[in-house]
Design a protein around this ligand. Sequence first.
Ligand SMILES: Cc1ncc(C[n+]2csc(CCOP(=O)(O)OP(=O)(O)O)c2C)c(N)n1
Length: 566
Amino acid sequence: MTASFFPWDAIIGYLKSAGVQHLFGLPSDDLKIVSSLPSSGMDFILCKDQRNAVFMAAGYALTTNQMSVCVVGKGPALSNTLTGLLEAKNLGAPLLLLALGTGGDKLGTRSFQEADQISLVKPLVKWAYRVEHVDRLVWAMERAAFLAINGAPGPVYIELPENLMDQPVPTGLQFTPPEKLSCSPSLRELDAAWAIIKTARRPLILVGGGMKSGTGDVIERFAHQHGAALFATASGRGVVDEEHELFCGVAGLYTDLSLRQIWKESDVVITLGSRLEETATFEWDILLQDTPLIQVNVNLEDFAHEYRGIKVLGDGYAAVEQWHDRLGQKPDGVWLETIRSCKEKAFSQRAIYLEELKKAPGIHVPELLEIIQTEFPENLVLLQENGLQDMWSYFYPYFRFAQGSLSIVPSDQTSLGFGAAAALGASVATQRPVVALVGDGAFNLFSSDFMTAVEYQIPLIYIVLNNGGYGWLQNQMNYKHLTGQSLPFVSEAAKTGIQIPQYEFVESLAIRSKGEAREQLQLAWQKYQENKLVVVEVYADLADVHEKISHVYGDFPLYEQQASKN
Ligand SMILES: Cc1ncc(C[n+]2csc(CCOP(=O)(O)OP(=O)(O)O)c2C)c(N)n1
């Protein structure tokens, strides 16, 4: 056995065979990866902050639907990735985190930056493994990549002990790229669900983030055939065309008030690839009291147990294809009319609201969203955060993802700064236009890696809603009449402007009034096409919030019934 290469050579060789082109991260102090990189032809996006690096890798994975890779050092470098892993796990982003670890020869000796890294990451990944012997290295890579992309995709972790990294590895290794396995539901479960679907008069289909691996045409055809209302969870948006006549918006917290009735009247809800987290199921206890739920998921752990109905284990697309070929009842005309009239009401309420805004001074997020939809191309990748004001984009019909567009949002963890950083990863991954709609709080949190975009000349458009700080918290405080207390979540000083580094590659624009909004966004698009990193600062009014967010209680708004009594 000749030994002419080392663990990083083998790791990079494996990643190349798996089709990986970009690495994100901040290598460990030993810099042993450096000599293996040049011959690989891979690009390393060197980040300033490891949390951002994982967010970027997650954005990359969600854009490409392929495993992305992040490389970091040990101790605090690893602990800095934990929020990123939490997001990636909850988002179902296939991501491999490679971290250095204290060598086996020093474990337990209070060695420099020694930490129990496996215990730190274990709850946040699908698989965590420390490679104790070079013979297990390629095996570990193969298993990690396989687990990252199969079942419900998610992050995996490989720890590389320091003393392993200069041990010779045999050459001529065979690499097996990960295969994607299919997971068809059993006929028994499909039949049990079909018994309910075929007699349903008012079906509703909820498309979750787990369906992002495919395109929604088959779901749209199925909905059309059975006359089903179509909703998406926040992370499942963009799978089905939001201009489709049966599409009715985002579930739970983000359901437009005019469209709640559809949930109330549905007689079966079919959820595809959704974990049914609290935001998506907001108000379901009153809206879906006796409605049976058919849940389809590839992962046992993702089934929710608080609902009556049928569980189908397997791929949502396979289930829909199976059901699509069966004959059920014809679409119910009354139900189709309910869907149509609720939608009409939602659209006309929006039109009335936009008319009212025209009379108000300043610029409002719904006006901005309208311009984004008309001025930016349909194949847009829109990254969002989950602050008080950027949240407007979650509310259909204020924003609609047309076919061919891609929506990326943080998971139900709503980690601040995710969208801003993930946008960078998305832009590395695709030639499509990438726009990030973020609050100033989120943008500031990400700002340590703004220079990463400058250094690598990564073009994208940031639309930063500046309300002078943490508007969500300030809104809670105002609602609870705690304004006399001394916790200023927003300040006039912060509102004077965000700090944008001045470089040739960076174009800095501002919108203070509705009069200049369209022109500035057109300019942003033009500068983006000239391959620039564009930051559009929008001076936002703290009172510009969706009506559902105006009655808050703790983390969540009040239920509609309670809010209307206030
Ligand atoms: C890591 C993290 N910390 C705290 C929060 C709670 N949180 C939700 S929104 C928000 C404020 C966001 O501020 P900004 O991005 O400026 O948007 P705004 O609410 O002002 O519209 C905070 C602190 C969070 N979601 N994530």
